[in-house]
Design a protein around this ligand. Structure first.
Ligand SMILES: [Zn+2]
Length: 171
């Protein structure tokens, strides 16, 4: 059986009242994002229960896949796993013959990705984030470091940064 075709065309006439389980791997890249945006690195493993409720399909189950995402801070690519378990969505029935679930799946998976992806979001958990250009914001204060303690005219600046670091010590 072609599992990809399954999710693209759920045949309503074959859905029993109690619903039906759909399990498999959708190998096709349904995201189709430009190169600077997240890229799927594997198929979508799905285990979904689909049932009809009047004018919509109720879908519950799990969606698992992985992406390569660019860090907004250092621009490196890092791996990111998507694991939507116990996930629920519904799809309005617009065609009485077959329904395509892939658009709803695409949307929900993209919504689960971090809005401001950083290396620390990586599923590997140990990636060093080394920004090429350091841009600090109040939400992202500079780390305290030893190698940036040159004096001179920069002293006041580093003093201010130290104060920021001290405030951050309470974390
Ligand atoms: Zn990074």
């Amino acid at each position: 059986m072609d599992s990809t075709r399954n999710l693209h065309s759920i045949i309503l006439g074959e859905l029993p009242d109690e619903g039906k389980q759909f399990t498999g791997v959708l190998e096709e890249d349904i995201f189709g994002l430009p190169p600077n945006e997240p890229q799927a690195t594997e198929g979508i493993t799905y285990d979904l229960h689909v049932s009809r409720h009047d004018d919509f399909l109720l879908v519950t189950g799990s969606l698992l896949t992985a992406f390569s995402i660019e860090c907004v801070r250092c621009l490196a690519q890092f791996p990111y796993r998507v694991e939507l378990r116990g996930h629920t969505f519904d799809v309005e029935i617009t065609d009485e013959v077959t329904m395509d679930l892939t658009e709803a799946i695409r949307e929900d998976i993209l919504l689960s990705l971090p809005a401001y992806p950083k290396c620390e979001d990586s599923s590997l958990g140990e990636i060093q984030c080394t920004p090429a250009v350091k841009v600090y914001s109040p939400d992202d204060p500079p780390p305290e470091s030893d190698d940036e303690t040159q004096g001179g005219s920069k002293q006041n600046v580093w003093g201010a940064l130290d104060n920021l670091g001290a405030l951050n010590d309470n974390d």
